[in-house]
Design a binder for this molecule. Sequence first.
Ligand code: OFO
Length: 176
Amino acid sequence: MISAKMADSLNKQMNLELFSAHLYLSMSSCANEMGLKGTATWFLVQYQEEMVHVMKFYRYLVDQGINVGFLASKAVPNSYASLLEMFEKTLAHERMITSCINNLLEQAVKEKDHASQVFLQWFITEQIEEENNDRDIIARLKLVGTAGQGLLMVDAELGQRVFTPPPGGTQPIPLV
Ligand code: OFO
């Protein structure tokens, strides 16, 4: 049993995770248009990971007896000047998500909602990895420059990324 206020906050986060999924699917499409097939793959995997996040919130809320609500979704940008800009926007977005998750945990602590605290721990750890991945890629892009051979090398590396379904059950959407 969770409070109506906690359920509302978690429901909003579920919708924000859906926004993240749309944002990264759009970035995948942009990268494809720029001829950066490896980057397109990286963002497609990122989209799949975000759908796992959506489903984790969905499952938790439904298991707590909550009828979830899908809110109106904001349009996402679909044009970027460079790959560096794309990853800088990605890092800024992930930092915003980290602060939302931290706020949710603070709310759960304040409400003495132990179940939600345990649930949110996974996201606290996940956000360290999300931000770290983006920082690494930005650093590499700054080293090699944003054009020519260096860019193609980073693009090829990004294309190696594969989606790994999380252990323990929350099934994402089917793989593309
Ligand atoms: Fe990218 O971590 Fe969820 O939104």
